[in-house]
Structures are given as structure tokens and as C-alpha cells.
Design a protein around this ligand. Sequence first.
Ligand code: NAD
Length: 295
Amino acid sequence: MARIGFVGLGRMGAPMARNLVKAGHQVVVFDIVQAAVDSVVAAGATAAFSSAAAAQDADVVITMLPAGEHVRDAWLGQGGLSKAARVDALLMDCSTIDVATAREVAAASGRPFLDAPVSGGVMGAEAGTLTFMVGGEPAAVERARPILEAMGKTIVHCGDAGAGQVAKLCNNMMLAATMAVTSEAFVMAEKLGLSAQALYDVCSKSTAMSWALNTYCPVPGPAPGSPANRDYAPGFTAALMRKDLGLAQQAAKDAGVATPVGALALSLYDRFVDGGGGAKDFSALITMIREGKSS
Ligand code: NAD
């Protein structure tokens, strides 16, 4: 079993760290919020007094932080993890961040470093069923596999450093645009007298089927587990979706690719979050569409 330093114990990081403990690993944790640390220590982890202390003597060091600036600072800043970790330690970041920072941190760390963002949300983190999209050297990915398998079900090696983040941003751009147009269709059906259930029954079994429709349906009723059934409590917040759409637009621009549908999805989420919807699940976008505020 490995000694694992884990930094960033938020809504995703805490259950991921708990699953590593459950799998029998020795997990040493740090977060700037003491309550977050306490919740994981209660499950059997050990608290460190700094991120560098969590990394010391660890076989594997993992970060799960909000955004690129936090990740760069945690790894490369003063007292950063890159210096604190053992030279033979396996390093990985599971946050969703911009591709450029992921590549910069990997290159600057000077040893095997994986970008391994996840899909599956808080429910997936708790159940240990996350999908990991991994960028980095094949040998490092194989070394990481048993660790990742304690937190997830599907592990895909996407390519070199940064490739995991590219996959994650493409996934979320497709998801956001699909959710937006699915929401438009439900509002259109409502106004034209077609019930939500009838629309669901047809489209969830026809060529319009998608995860956004079938599993995460933006109206209450047809998919009982979706956030619409609990007044859009997240799930995955609209604020995080806006963040990821912004990162996707930046990556598309850097690559010289036109993504007008992704840009439109970002502008819709900008409007929704600026209007106070940021803490709601991203499927709550339908409420703005229903109010006629999306045009
Ligand atoms: P969160 O805000 O709940 O957690 C982030 C944690 O990092 C917080 O506990 C915070 O105190 C801690 N932190 C910040 N700076 C720190 C530092 N310098 N040192 C130590 N700890 C620090 O966020 P989350 O929902 O857990 O998401 C984490 C990452 O995972 C994000 O990049 C997000 O985009 C991605 N993600 C989230 C979800 C989701 O459904 N929430 C799903 C997939 C991916």
C-alpha cells in the first residue's frame, strides 16, 4: 500500500481521499480549511500542517484544487510540492485547469507528472466511480492505475501532458451545449402543449438521446435522480461549468479553432451565473430560458 499526500479536500477531494483510506493506503492530507481536513481525518487520514508536509516522504502526491492559479502556486510556488516531494514520487493533479498551466506544471516538476481530471461529480467521487482522463508518460500512468482505481472506475490514458485536460474541456463543452439545447426543447414543448414526459419518452429513445437528457433531465419527473427533482441543488454548479467553458474557449483560441457553439454556451452560462444562478446545478439554465432571458 502506498503513502499518499493529498492536497485540496473540497467537495471532490474529500471523498476521493476517503476512498484512498478505504482502499488501505496511508493518506496524509492538507487543506487551508480546517473543517475540510477534519472530515477526512475522521475517516482515517493523517493531518499535515502544510501542503509540503503532506508531500514529504509520500510515494504519490495528489492535488484537487479549484483552478490553474491554485495548482501552479501549490506545485511551483514558495514551499511548493515539486520541491517538497521525494525525487522518485509520482505526482498528479486531478483538478480541472487550463491546458497551458497543466503542461507548465508538468514540465517544471522535472519528473513523472500526470494531469488526471475527472468526470462523475460529487456522487461519482463518493461512490468511487469517477472517470479519470490522464495525460502523461505511459509508465507513470501504469504506476498510477491502482491508485486511480481506488477512486474511479474508468481510467483512460489520453496522451502526453495536458491531454487529460483537453479531454475534460472537450467533454464539458459538449455537455454544456447539449444541456442548453435540451433545455430549449423542453421549454418549446411546454409552450406548444407537449408534456415533458412525452418529449422525454420519445427523445430519450431516439436520435436526440444524451446523458443531459436521459440521466440529467433538466425538468423534474422523467429522470427521478436529476437535480431538477431537488430544486437544482448541485451536482455540478453552473459556476464551475462557466469556468470550464471559459477554459475550453481559451484552449480553442490557442489552437486556432473556431467553436461558435461552445462560445454561445459560455455566453448563456455567463448570463445565468451573473444573474445569481452560480450556486445552482448547471441544469438550472432551463429556468433562465423559461423566463425568456436567454435571447
Ligand atoms: P471545492 O472548491 O469544493 O474544493 C477545493 C478545495 O481546495 C477547498 O477545500 C479549498 O479550501 C482547497 N484549497 C484551495 N487552495 C488551497 C491551497 N493552496 N492549499 C490547500 N487547499 C486549498 O472544489 P471541488 O468541487 O472539490 O472541485 C475541485 C476541482 O475539481 C475543480 O477544478 C473542479 O472544476 C473539478 N471538478 C469538480 C466537479 C464537481 O462536481 N464539483 C466535478 C469534476 C471536476
